[in-house]
Write a protein that binds this ligand. Structure first.
Ligand code: RNT
Ligand code: ZN
Length: 412
């Protein structure tokens, strides 16, 4: 143990915080790392343009274009991120050996390579049906007025549940299936109800299949608007919050998906008073749902505080950003490490004491203490966490990313 850590440990002990306990907790706290930062949400289907009103901007060289490349890049990133991990996959990342398999025909076998990858590295897997970047998603998916198209996407949703069940069985850890659809309208709708009624029916049909609820968690992700769908989003927050509550499934809150002053960190406690668990996509939106890399900023820290104070086992935590303008492996590493730093920051607060000050309305003291601890030596505790998990503690990790870029990425 470093001298600096020993010092920091004493300083935190002075406010009643056990740094060793925090490090131990962080080591066990899984974050689901999204595979799609590795290739700008392209997937392996050669589907062409990314659609659905989401956009990855930039064209930094060396993007992964095959399963082997993406897996190698994930390995590189994971070698620089301490603690416990999960990988969050999208259906468009099926490994079909060059054979075209449409989304409604996807089977567990098309993800066997990912299961093998996860097993070898002791990772959990989460899953997302891909309701975008597909010819049948040009107008609408689960809310489509064209019965054949709606039925196609229902079958896709059902296929994905079966794949997640396979993940859970193989890996011995539950798998989260998150449903996000891009359905919406550019301009003022004449009828806001009909598409939502069809979405409701489609979700009912997806959930009607037989699956093990202790192994597969299903979540629905709302959004306020998307590019090209500025006036109306079928899967709005109210729609999904009500749907999830009534049907015993989960809500997934993406902090890029609300009005700019509406904060996800303020929603978590409310969700958890009515539901056993909540799922999150942590991202950073700059002026819109731009999916910038997660930073160690106020918003991320407040989200982390809610996770820690409400129970880390009640929040299914995933990241969701895709920056194509910088080294993609560094983007993953920075975002994951920042999420972990924010969690550590939250664990290093004397949360019970602070809550007591609030309950007793001792607001002067509360402000004083919250501000004082901002300059406590969290960096030394972070370095200890990194050392214990066998990853570089400081900016030196970037050297190995540069080396990988020179050797591997630049040869692509
Ligand atoms: C889009 C949603 C969704 C996607 C991923 C790729 O706005 O946030 O979660 O980012 O499924
Ligand atoms: Zn999201």
């Amino acid at each position: 143990m470093s001298e600096r850590y020993e010092q920091a440990k004493k300083i935190y002990a002075g406010i009643g915080v056990d740094t060793d306990a925090a490090i131990e907790e962080l080591l066990k706290l899984p974050i689901s790392m999204h595979c799609w930062q590795g290739d700008d949400v392209s997937g392996f289907e050669n589907a062409g343009e990314l659609s659905g009103g989401i956009q990855a901007t930039g064209n930094y060289p060396g993007k992964a274009t095959t399963p082997e490349e993406l897996m190698a890049d994930i390995d590189k990133a994971l070698s620089l991120i301490g603690g416990t991990h999960r990988i969050n996959l999208h259906a468009s990342y099926a490994v079909t050996g060059g054979i075209e398999v449409d989304r409604d025909q996807l089977k567990p076998e098309h993800f066997a390579k990912w299961v093998e990858f996860a097993k070898e590295r002791n990772l959990g897997l989460d899953f997302n049906p891909t309701f975008f970047s597909h010819p049948k998603a040009a107008d609408a998916t689960l809310s489509s007025e064209v019965e054949e198209i709606r039925a196609f996407w229902v079958r896709h949703g059902q296929a994905c549940i079966k794949i997640a069940e396979y993940f859970a069985n193989e890996l011995g850890t539950p798998s989260l299936v998150n449903i996000w659809i891009p359905d919406g309208l550019k301009d003022i709708p004449a009828d806001r109800t009909a598409p939502r009624a069809r979405l409701k029916k489609s979700l009912d049909e997806i959930l009607s299949i037989d699956y093990d609820k202790s192994k597969v968690y299903i979540a629905v992700e709302s959004k306020v608007f998307g590019i090209g769908m500025e006036s109306y989003t079928v899967g709005s927050h109210e729609f999904y919050m009500n749907y999830a509550a009534k049907n015993g499934i989960l809500c997934l809150l993406d902090n890029g998906h609300y009005h700019p002053t509406e904060m996800v960190y303020d929603k978590i406690s409310s969700m958890l008073l009515f539901s056993d668990k909540v799922a999150l996509h942590v991202t950073r939106s700059v002026r819109w749902d731009s999916d910038h890399v997660v930073l160690f900023d106020d918003e991320t820290r407040e989200i982390a505080k809610e996770i820690v104070c409400n129970g880390t086992d009640r929040v299914l935590l995933a990241l969701d950003f895709f920056d194509a303008s910088i080294n993609r492996i560094a983007a993953w590493t920075i975002g994951m490490r920042n999420m972990q730093k924010a969690l550590l920051w939250a664990m290093l607060r004397p949360n019970k004491e602070l809550s007591k000050l609030q309950e007793e309305r001792r607001f002067t003291e509360l402000m004083m203490l919250q501000e004082e601890i901002k300059t406590f030596p969290i960096g030394d505790v972070w370095a200890e966490f990194c050392t214990r998990s066998g990853v570089p503690a400081g900016p030196e990790w970037f050297e190995s990313v540069k080396e990988y870029e020179n050797k591997v990425l630049s040869a692509r």
